[in-house]
Design a protein around this ligand. Sequence first.
Ligand code: HEM
Length: 124
Amino acid sequence: MKSIMPLAMKLHVGPTVNVLIALRDLHFDPRIWDKPNDFNPERFIDERGTLKNIEHLYPFGLGRRRCPGDALAKSFIFIIFVGIVQKYKICLSNGTLPSAEPVFGLISAPNAFSANFIPRKQTL
Ligand code: HEM
């Protein structure tokens, strides 16, 4: 049995077959994404600030085993991130941007980097 199948291949999937989607391959496929290794938020955000270009973006997987924590994770990330940037201005501490090279593990993580968190003036 082959463990890796190209997406375009037609095959019969029986009820006991586990199908794993190679999300990293999908998200870094140069046939889908222009310069897939570049960090480029504008790839997904249009001039009005709404999401675009997400038809091949599956951070939470897809199908019946899609992540059930999707909505919770998105709200949590939004609340935490907004809470931080409301209170702090984040600046480079040594003038160098963090490396875009991931550290691979169970999930991809960023390389260690340092940044300065400068408290914003509180206006009540
Ligand atoms: C940014 C945060 C998260 C990301 C990127 C993420 C991503 C994923 C992905 C890619 C899968 C595999 C889907 C598949 O097999 O196709 C998954 C599965 C799962 N996730 Fe998440 N997840 C996140 C947060 C959470 C949270 C907050 C919870 C629970 C509170 C959660 C619970 C689960 C569970 C239970 C599964 C297994 C689903 C199954 O196999 O039926 N995840 N997640």
